[in-house]
Design a protein around this ligand. Structure first.
Ligand code: AMO
Length: 439
Protein backbone atom coordinates (compact mmCIF):
# COMPACT_ATOMS: atom_id res chain seq x y z
CA UNK A 1 0.00 0.00 0.00
CA UNK A 2 1.22 3.53 -0.75
CA UNK A 3 2.58 4.82 2.56
CA UNK A 4 0.87 8.20 2.13
CA UNK A 5 -2.54 6.52 2.13
CA UNK A 6 -1.69 3.87 4.73
CA UNK A 7 -4.32 4.41 7.44
CA UNK A 8 -2.08 2.95 10.13
CA UNK A 9 0.18 5.98 9.61
CA UNK A 10 -2.56 8.59 9.51
CA UNK A 11 -1.79 11.74 11.48
CA UNK A 12 -3.63 11.91 14.80
CA UNK A 13 -2.44 15.38 15.87
CA UNK A 14 -0.91 18.52 14.45
CA UNK A 15 1.97 20.02 16.45
CA UNK A 16 -0.27 22.80 17.74
CA UNK A 17 -2.68 20.27 19.26
CA UNK A 18 -0.08 18.55 21.44
CA UNK A 19 0.56 19.99 24.89
CA UNK A 20 1.74 19.00 28.35
CA UNK A 21 -1.72 17.79 29.33
CA UNK A 22 -1.11 14.87 26.93
CA UNK A 23 1.93 13.57 28.81
CA UNK A 24 2.25 9.80 28.17
CA UNK A 25 -0.36 9.74 25.41
CA UNK A 26 0.30 8.01 22.06
CA UNK A 27 0.21 10.14 18.90
CA UNK A 28 1.09 9.96 15.23
CA UNK A 29 2.65 13.11 13.83
CA UNK A 30 3.47 13.73 10.17
CA UNK A 31 5.65 16.44 8.66
CA UNK A 32 9.09 17.29 7.35
CA UNK A 33 12.36 17.49 9.23
CA UNK A 34 13.52 21.09 9.60
CA UNK A 35 16.56 20.42 11.80
CA UNK A 36 18.65 17.61 13.21
CA UNK A 37 20.96 18.23 16.16
CA UNK A 38 23.15 15.60 17.77
CA UNK A 39 24.45 15.39 21.32
CA UNK A 40 26.48 12.27 22.08
CA UNK A 41 23.97 9.43 21.58
CA UNK A 42 20.91 11.61 21.18
CA UNK A 43 19.40 13.02 17.99
CA UNK A 44 16.99 15.93 18.32
CA UNK A 45 14.67 16.25 15.32
CA UNK A 46 12.39 19.17 14.66
CA UNK A 47 9.31 18.08 12.72
CA UNK A 48 7.36 20.82 10.96
CA UNK A 49 3.74 20.70 9.93
CA UNK A 50 1.53 23.47 8.63
CA UNK A 51 0.83 24.83 12.10
CA UNK A 52 4.29 24.80 13.67
CA UNK A 53 6.84 22.28 14.88
CA UNK A 54 7.57 19.78 17.59
CA UNK A 55 10.71 18.15 18.94
CA UNK A 56 11.31 14.42 18.53
CA UNK A 57 14.07 12.75 20.50
CA UNK A 58 15.90 9.65 19.32
CA UNK A 59 17.93 8.18 22.14
CA UNK A 60 19.57 4.76 22.09
CA UNK A 61 17.75 2.34 24.42
CA UNK A 62 14.60 4.48 24.14
CA UNK A 63 13.65 3.55 20.56
CA UNK A 64 13.12 -0.05 19.38
CA UNK A 65 16.25 -1.71 17.89
CA UNK A 66 14.21 -2.42 14.75
CA UNK A 67 14.60 1.26 13.86
CA UNK A 68 18.42 1.24 13.99
CA UNK A 69 18.86 0.56 10.26
CA UNK A 70 16.39 3.33 9.30
CA UNK A 71 18.02 6.08 11.36
CA UNK A 72 20.87 6.87 8.91
CA UNK A 73 18.21 7.71 6.27
CA UNK A 74 16.90 10.55 8.38
CA UNK A 75 18.00 13.85 6.89
CA UNK A 76 16.80 17.43 6.82
CA UNK A 77 13.76 18.04 4.55
CA UNK A 78 12.71 14.37 4.46
CA UNK A 79 8.99 13.74 5.02
CA UNK A 80 8.33 11.48 7.95
CA UNK A 81 5.50 9.95 10.00
CA UNK A 82 6.28 9.19 13.64
CA UNK A 83 4.33 7.09 16.12
CA UNK A 84 5.35 7.91 19.64
CA UNK A 85 4.55 9.00 23.15
CA UNK A 86 4.22 12.58 24.32
CA UNK A 87 6.61 13.51 27.14
CA UNK A 88 6.70 16.75 29.10
CA UNK A 89 10.16 18.26 28.86
CA UNK A 90 10.60 21.80 30.17
CA UNK A 91 13.80 22.21 28.12
CA UNK A 92 12.07 21.35 24.82
CA UNK A 93 10.96 24.36 22.72
CA UNK A 94 7.23 23.81 23.32
CA UNK A 95 7.67 22.15 26.73
CA UNK A 96 6.99 18.73 25.19
CA UNK A 97 8.72 16.18 23.00
CA UNK A 98 7.85 12.93 21.24
CA UNK A 99 9.58 9.66 22.03
CA UNK A 100 9.18 7.46 18.92
CA UNK A 101 8.13 3.85 19.05
CA UNK A 102 8.17 3.63 15.27
CA UNK A 103 8.66 5.91 12.29
CA UNK A 104 8.27 5.73 8.56
CA UNK A 105 10.18 7.90 6.10
CA UNK A 106 7.55 8.95 3.57
CA UNK A 107 9.93 10.70 1.22
CA UNK A 108 13.72 10.78 1.33
CA UNK A 109 15.73 13.96 0.84
CA UNK A 110 18.48 12.82 -1.52
CA UNK A 111 20.39 16.10 -1.63
CA UNK A 112 21.61 18.53 0.97
CA UNK A 113 19.70 21.77 0.53
CA UNK A 114 21.72 24.95 -0.07
CA UNK A 115 19.01 26.83 1.84
CA UNK A 116 19.43 27.24 5.56
CA UNK A 117 15.96 26.93 7.04
CA UNK A 118 16.48 29.00 10.17
CA UNK A 119 18.22 31.87 8.38
CA UNK A 120 16.45 35.15 7.65
CA UNK A 121 18.23 35.83 4.38
CA UNK A 122 20.89 33.11 4.04
CA UNK A 123 22.11 32.40 0.53
CA UNK A 124 21.68 34.75 -2.43
CA UNK A 125 18.24 35.52 -3.83
CA UNK A 126 18.85 33.66 -7.12
CA UNK A 127 19.79 30.41 -5.36
CA UNK A 128 16.71 30.82 -3.19
CA UNK A 129 14.38 31.54 -6.09
CA UNK A 130 15.76 28.60 -8.11
CA UNK A 131 14.60 26.31 -5.28
CA UNK A 132 11.70 28.48 -4.19
CA UNK A 133 9.48 25.66 -2.88
CA UNK A 134 12.22 24.77 -0.39
CA UNK A 135 13.03 28.42 0.34
CA UNK A 136 9.38 28.91 1.28
CA UNK A 137 9.82 26.45 4.13
CA UNK A 138 11.86 29.06 6.03
CA UNK A 139 10.03 30.65 8.97
CA UNK A 140 10.93 34.06 7.58
CA UNK A 141 8.89 33.44 4.42
CA UNK A 142 6.23 31.46 6.26
CA UNK A 143 5.64 34.63 8.30
CA UNK A 144 5.62 36.86 5.22
CA UNK A 145 3.12 34.68 3.37
CA UNK A 146 0.84 34.30 6.38
CA UNK A 147 0.64 38.09 6.48
CA UNK A 148 -0.05 38.18 2.75
CA UNK A 149 -2.88 35.69 3.29
CA UNK A 150 -4.37 37.88 6.03
CA UNK A 151 -4.12 40.94 3.79
CA UNK A 152 -5.94 39.22 0.94
CA UNK A 153 -8.72 37.90 3.17
CA UNK A 154 -9.07 41.20 4.99
CA UNK A 155 -9.23 43.20 1.75
CA UNK A 156 -12.08 41.00 0.60
CA UNK A 157 -13.83 41.30 3.96
CA UNK A 158 -13.49 45.09 4.01
CA UNK A 159 -14.66 45.63 0.45
CA UNK A 160 -17.60 43.27 0.77
CA UNK A 161 -18.72 45.13 3.90
CA UNK A 162 -18.43 48.38 1.95
CA UNK A 163 -20.87 47.03 -0.62
CA UNK A 164 -18.44 46.02 -3.39
CA UNK A 165 -18.85 42.77 -5.31
CA UNK A 166 -15.87 40.75 -6.49
CA UNK A 167 -15.45 40.42 -10.24
CA UNK A 168 -13.03 38.66 -12.58
CA UNK A 169 -12.16 40.40 -15.82
CA UNK A 170 -10.25 39.11 -18.89
CA UNK A 171 -6.49 38.86 -18.65
CA UNK A 172 -6.11 38.54 -22.42
CA UNK A 173 -6.89 41.92 -23.92
CA UNK A 174 -6.70 43.84 -27.18
CA UNK A 175 -5.53 47.31 -26.08
CA UNK A 176 -3.22 49.07 -23.66
CA UNK A 177 -4.59 51.15 -20.79
CA UNK A 178 -1.44 52.17 -18.94
CA UNK A 179 0.79 53.07 -21.90
CA UNK A 180 1.95 50.81 -24.72
CA UNK A 181 5.57 50.48 -23.59
CA UNK A 182 4.93 47.94 -20.87
CA UNK A 183 2.63 45.61 -22.83
CA UNK A 184 3.36 41.91 -23.25
CA UNK A 185 2.21 40.81 -26.73
CA UNK A 186 0.97 37.23 -27.16
CA UNK A 187 -0.39 35.12 -29.99
CA UNK A 188 -4.15 34.82 -29.85
CA UNK A 189 -5.13 32.40 -32.63
CA UNK A 190 -4.30 34.43 -35.77
CA UNK A 191 -4.19 37.83 -34.05
CA UNK A 192 -1.95 39.79 -31.77
CA UNK A 193 -3.27 40.28 -28.24
CA UNK A 194 -1.75 41.37 -24.93
CA UNK A 195 -1.62 40.38 -21.29
CA UNK A 196 -3.59 42.85 -19.22
CA UNK A 197 -1.77 45.71 -17.49
CA UNK A 198 -4.82 46.54 -15.36
CA UNK A 199 -8.54 45.68 -15.28
CA UNK A 200 -9.12 49.40 -15.83
CA UNK A 201 -11.58 49.52 -18.72
CA UNK A 202 -13.56 46.48 -17.57
CA UNK A 203 -13.97 47.67 -14.00
CA UNK A 204 -15.16 51.04 -15.33
CA UNK A 205 -17.72 49.36 -17.59
CA UNK A 206 -18.94 47.13 -14.77
CA UNK A 207 -20.00 50.14 -12.68
CA UNK A 208 -22.90 50.44 -15.17
CA UNK A 209 -24.40 47.16 -13.99
CA UNK A 210 -23.03 46.65 -10.47
CA UNK A 211 -22.11 50.17 -9.21
CA UNK A 212 -19.30 49.02 -6.89
CA UNK A 213 -16.86 46.35 -7.99
CA UNK A 214 -13.46 45.06 -6.92
CA UNK A 215 -10.99 42.62 -8.34
CA UNK A 216 -7.89 41.03 -6.90
CA UNK A 217 -5.92 39.61 -9.78
CA UNK A 218 -2.71 39.54 -11.78
CA UNK A 219 -1.46 42.46 -13.83
CA UNK A 220 1.36 42.14 -16.33
CA UNK A 221 3.94 44.82 -17.03
CA UNK A 222 6.89 44.44 -19.37
CA UNK A 223 9.10 46.52 -17.09
CA UNK A 224 12.33 47.16 -18.93
CA UNK A 225 14.56 47.72 -15.90
CA UNK A 226 15.77 45.67 -12.96
CA UNK A 227 14.55 47.23 -9.75
CA UNK A 228 13.59 45.94 -6.32
CA UNK A 229 10.04 47.23 -6.60
CA UNK A 230 8.90 46.17 -10.08
CA UNK A 231 7.63 42.77 -11.16
CA UNK A 232 6.56 41.61 -14.61
CA UNK A 233 3.57 39.91 -12.99
CA UNK A 234 2.10 41.59 -9.92
CA UNK A 235 -1.15 41.35 -7.97
CA UNK A 236 -3.43 44.33 -8.05
CA UNK A 237 -6.33 45.15 -5.75
CA UNK A 238 -8.64 47.23 -7.93
CA UNK A 239 -11.85 48.96 -7.02
CA UNK A 240 -14.28 51.04 -9.04
CA UNK A 241 -17.28 52.90 -7.65
CA UNK A 242 -20.16 54.62 -9.41
CA UNK A 243 -21.37 58.09 -8.36
CA UNK A 244 -18.08 58.79 -6.60
CA UNK A 245 -15.04 61.02 -7.14
CA UNK A 246 -11.40 60.74 -6.15
CA UNK A 247 -12.04 62.21 -2.69
CA UNK A 248 -14.52 59.43 -1.92
CA UNK A 249 -12.03 56.86 -3.17
CA UNK A 250 -9.14 58.24 -1.10
CA UNK A 251 -11.36 58.05 1.95
CA UNK A 252 -12.16 54.36 1.26
CA UNK A 253 -8.50 53.56 0.66
CA UNK A 254 -7.50 55.29 3.88
CA UNK A 255 -10.04 53.29 5.89
CA UNK A 256 -9.07 50.09 4.12
CA UNK A 257 -5.39 50.55 5.05
CA UNK A 258 -6.40 51.11 8.68
CA UNK A 259 -8.54 47.98 8.64
CA UNK A 260 -5.75 45.90 7.09
CA UNK A 261 -3.20 47.13 9.62
CA UNK A 262 -5.52 46.27 12.51
CA UNK A 263 -6.27 42.84 11.10
CA UNK A 264 -2.62 41.94 10.61
CA UNK A 265 -1.76 43.21 14.10
CA UNK A 266 -4.49 40.99 15.49
CA UNK A 267 -4.09 37.86 13.37
CA UNK A 268 -0.33 37.76 12.83
CA UNK A 269 1.10 38.63 16.23
CA UNK A 270 3.61 35.77 16.20
CA UNK A 271 4.67 36.45 12.61
CA UNK A 272 5.21 40.14 13.29
CA UNK A 273 7.22 39.18 16.36
CA UNK A 274 9.34 36.77 14.34
CA UNK A 275 9.93 39.43 11.69
CA UNK A 276 10.76 41.91 14.48
CA UNK A 277 8.15 44.32 13.14
CA UNK A 278 6.28 46.71 15.33
CA UNK A 279 3.63 48.07 13.02
CA UNK A 280 3.25 51.77 13.70
CA UNK A 281 -0.31 53.09 13.53
CA UNK A 282 -1.01 54.71 10.17
CA UNK A 283 -1.58 58.45 10.46
CA UNK A 284 -5.22 59.53 10.10
CA UNK A 285 -6.24 61.17 7.88
CA UNK A 286 -3.31 60.63 5.54
CA UNK A 287 -1.50 63.86 4.73
CA UNK A 288 -2.37 65.17 1.24
CA UNK A 289 0.30 66.96 -0.78
CA UNK A 290 -0.75 68.72 -3.91
CA UNK A 291 1.59 67.82 -6.76
CA UNK A 292 2.32 71.51 -7.46
CA UNK A 293 3.24 72.18 -3.82
CA UNK A 294 5.47 69.14 -3.72
CA UNK A 295 7.31 70.25 -6.85
CA UNK A 296 7.92 73.61 -5.21
CA UNK A 297 9.10 71.88 -2.04
CA UNK A 298 11.51 69.74 -4.06
CA UNK A 299 12.77 72.76 -5.98
CA UNK A 300 13.32 74.64 -2.71
CA UNK A 301 15.29 71.64 -1.46
CA UNK A 302 17.60 72.08 -4.47
CA UNK A 303 16.26 69.23 -6.64
CA UNK A 304 16.27 69.74 -10.38
CA UNK A 305 12.65 69.04 -11.26
CA UNK A 306 10.05 70.90 -13.33
CA UNK A 307 6.27 71.04 -13.15
CA UNK A 308 5.06 68.23 -15.40
CA UNK A 309 7.86 65.80 -14.47
CA UNK A 310 7.17 62.54 -12.69
CA UNK A 311 8.44 62.50 -9.10
CA UNK A 312 11.08 59.85 -8.60
CA UNK A 313 11.57 57.72 -5.53
CA UNK A 314 15.10 59.09 -5.17
CA UNK A 315 13.94 62.71 -5.11
CA UNK A 316 11.36 61.95 -2.41
CA UNK A 317 13.97 60.11 -0.35
CA UNK A 318 16.05 63.27 -0.17
CA UNK A 319 13.20 65.33 1.31
CA UNK A 320 13.38 65.81 5.04
CA UNK A 321 9.70 65.74 6.04
CA UNK A 322 8.43 63.71 8.98
CA UNK A 323 4.94 63.41 7.46
CA UNK A 324 6.51 61.51 4.58
CA UNK A 325 7.74 58.74 6.89
CA UNK A 326 4.18 57.33 6.92
CA UNK A 327 1.30 57.08 4.42
CA UNK A 328 0.46 60.15 2.40
CA UNK A 329 -1.28 61.08 -0.83
CA UNK A 330 0.10 63.12 -3.71
CA UNK A 331 -2.96 64.61 -5.40
CA UNK A 332 -3.87 66.70 -8.45
CA UNK A 333 -1.19 65.46 -10.85
CA UNK A 334 -0.58 67.06 -14.26
CA UNK A 335 -3.09 65.68 -16.75
CA UNK A 336 -0.27 65.16 -19.27
CA UNK A 337 1.43 62.39 -17.22
CA UNK A 338 -1.69 60.46 -16.21
CA UNK A 339 -3.56 57.95 -18.42
CA UNK A 340 -6.29 59.03 -20.84
CA UNK A 341 -9.19 57.91 -18.64
CA UNK A 342 -8.32 60.27 -15.75
CA UNK A 343 -10.65 63.27 -15.43
CA UNK A 344 -9.01 66.69 -15.78
CA UNK A 345 -9.96 69.40 -13.30
CA UNK A 346 -11.63 72.55 -14.61
CA UNK A 347 -8.16 74.08 -15.20
CA UNK A 348 -7.41 71.25 -17.64
CA UNK A 349 -3.73 71.07 -16.75
CA UNK A 350 -4.29 69.22 -13.49
CA UNK A 351 -6.45 66.15 -12.98
CA UNK A 352 -8.52 64.54 -10.24
CA UNK A 353 -5.89 61.95 -9.41
CA UNK A 354 -3.85 60.65 -6.52
CA UNK A 355 -0.99 58.35 -5.69
CA UNK A 356 -0.89 56.73 -2.27
CA UNK A 357 2.66 56.66 -0.98
CA UNK A 358 4.34 54.94 1.95
CA UNK A 359 7.61 56.74 2.59
CA UNK A 360 8.98 56.96 -0.94
CA UNK A 361 7.21 53.89 -2.33
CA UNK A 362 4.14 54.26 -4.53
CA UNK A 363 1.46 51.82 -3.38
CA UNK A 364 -1.58 52.88 -5.35
CA UNK A 365 -2.92 55.22 -8.03
CA UNK A 366 -6.47 56.31 -8.43
CA UNK A 367 -8.66 58.99 -9.91
CA UNK A 368 -12.03 60.27 -10.95
CA UNK A 369 -12.62 58.94 -14.47
CA UNK A 370 -13.96 60.69 -17.53
CA UNK A 371 -17.51 59.44 -18.08
CA UNK A 372 -18.37 61.65 -21.06
CA UNK A 373 -17.70 59.91 -24.37
CA UNK A 374 -16.63 62.97 -26.34
CA UNK A 375 -14.27 64.14 -23.62
CA UNK A 376 -12.73 60.67 -23.49
CA UNK A 377 -12.23 60.60 -27.27
CA UNK A 378 -10.51 63.97 -27.13
CA UNK A 379 -8.17 62.84 -24.33
CA UNK A 380 -7.30 59.69 -26.29
CA UNK A 381 -6.48 61.75 -29.37
CA UNK A 382 -4.32 64.15 -27.32
CA UNK A 383 -2.35 61.14 -26.11
CA UNK A 384 -1.90 59.96 -29.70
CA UNK A 385 -4.07 56.86 -29.24
CA UNK A 386 -5.99 55.21 -32.04
CA UNK A 387 -9.62 55.61 -30.94
CA UNK A 388 -10.76 52.81 -33.29
CA UNK A 389 -8.90 50.34 -31.11
CA UNK A 390 -11.09 51.41 -28.18
CA UNK A 391 -14.37 51.15 -30.02
CA UNK A 392 -15.48 48.22 -27.83
CA UNK A 393 -15.06 50.49 -24.81
CA UNK A 394 -16.30 53.79 -26.18
CA UNK A 395 -19.58 52.39 -27.44
CA UNK A 396 -20.89 51.63 -23.94
CA UNK A 397 -20.51 55.32 -23.09
CA UNK A 398 -23.55 55.96 -25.31
CA UNK A 399 -25.78 54.37 -22.69
CA UNK A 400 -25.51 56.58 -19.61
CA UNK A 401 -22.12 55.70 -18.12
CA UNK A 402 -22.36 56.86 -14.49
CA UNK A 403 -19.74 59.19 -13.04
CA UNK A 404 -17.21 56.91 -11.33
CA UNK A 405 -13.82 56.68 -9.68
CA UNK A 406 -11.45 54.00 -8.40
CA UNK A 407 -7.96 52.88 -7.49
CA UNK A 408 -5.42 50.13 -8.18
CA UNK A 409 -3.33 49.06 -5.20
CA UNK A 410 -0.25 46.86 -5.64
CA UNK A 411 -0.48 44.00 -3.15
CA UNK A 412 3.26 43.36 -3.23
CA UNK A 413 4.07 47.03 -2.65
CA UNK A 414 1.69 47.00 0.30
CA UNK A 415 3.45 43.91 1.65
CA UNK A 416 6.84 45.61 1.26
CA UNK A 417 5.67 48.58 3.29
CA UNK A 418 4.11 46.41 5.96
CA UNK A 419 6.90 43.85 6.34
CA UNK A 420 9.90 46.14 5.82
CA UNK A 421 10.99 44.11 2.83
CA UNK A 422 13.49 45.73 0.42
CA UNK A 423 13.15 43.30 -2.48
CA UNK A 424 9.66 42.85 -3.94
CA UNK A 425 10.62 39.31 -5.05
CA UNK A 426 10.51 38.19 -1.43
CA UNK A 427 6.77 38.79 -1.12
CA UNK A 428 5.79 36.78 -4.24
CA UNK A 429 5.75 32.99 -4.30
CA UNK A 430 7.25 32.63 -7.79
CA UNK A 431 8.33 36.08 -8.98
CA UNK A 432 8.55 37.06 -12.63
CA UNK A 433 10.99 39.75 -13.72
CA UNK A 434 13.01 40.63 -16.80
CA UNK A 435 15.47 37.80 -16.06
CA UNK A 436 13.21 35.18 -14.52
CA UNK A 437 10.56 32.98 -16.13
CA UNK A 438 10.95 29.90 -13.93
CA UNK A 439 10.24 28.19 -11.62
P1 AMO B 1 -0.74 52.04 -11.86
O1 AMO B 1 -0.11 51.76 -13.18
O2 AMO B 1 -0.16 53.17 -11.06
O3 AMO B 1 -2.28 52.35 -12.00
O4 AMO B 1 -0.68 50.72 -10.99
C1 AMO B 1 -1.34 50.65 -9.74
C2 AMO B 1 -0.43 50.06 -8.68
O5 AMO B 1 -0.02 48.76 -9.09
C3 AMO B 1 1.29 48.50 -8.61
N1 AMO B 1 2.17 48.19 -9.74
C4 AMO B 1 3.21 47.33 -9.67
N2 AMO B 1 3.68 46.57 -8.68
C5 AMO B 1 4.75 45.81 -8.93
N3 AMO B 1 5.38 45.74 -10.13
C6 AMO B 1 4.93 46.49 -11.17
N4 AMO B 1 5.54 46.41 -12.35
C7 AMO B 1 3.79 47.33 -10.96
N5 AMO B 1 3.10 48.18 -11.75
C8 AMO B 1 2.11 48.68 -10.98
C9 AMO B 1 1.76 49.76 -7.89
C10 AMO B 1 0.88 50.82 -8.48
O6 AMO B 1 0.69 51.92 -7.62
N6 AMO B 1 -5.34 51.51 -13.73
C11 AMO B 1 -4.55 52.20 -12.73
C12 AMO B 1 -5.17 52.12 -11.37
C13 AMO B 1 -6.47 52.93 -11.23
O7 AMO B 1 -6.44 54.13 -11.54
O8 AMO B 1 -7.46 52.33 -10.81
C14 AMO B 1 -3.18 51.59 -12.71
O9 AMO B 1 -2.94 50.51 -13.17
O10 AMO B 1 1.52 49.60 -6.50
Amino acid sequence: MDSSTDQTWKRTHYSKNIDTSMNGKGVIIVGWISSIREHSNIKFLTINDRFGNIQVILKKNEYPTSLTSEIPKISEHASIAIKGKVRSEPKAPNGIEIIPVDFKILSLANKKSPIVIQSRKGVGIDTRLDLRAIDLRRPYLQSIFSIRYTLLNSCREFLRKEGFIEVNTPKIISTATEGGATLFPIFYYDREAFLTQSPQLYKEQLTMAFENVFEIGPIFRAEPSRTNRHLSEATSIDIEKAYADYNDIMEILERMIHFLWDEVKDKNKLHLKYLKIELPDPSFPFRRYRYSDLIEKLQNAGESIDWGDDISQQKLRNLDDNDMKNFYFIIDWPTSIKPFYVKPKSTGTECESFDLMYRNLELSSGSTRIHDKQELIERMKKQGLNTDAFDFHLKVFDYGMPPHAGFGLGLERLMMSMCNVDNIRDVVLFPRDIDRLSP
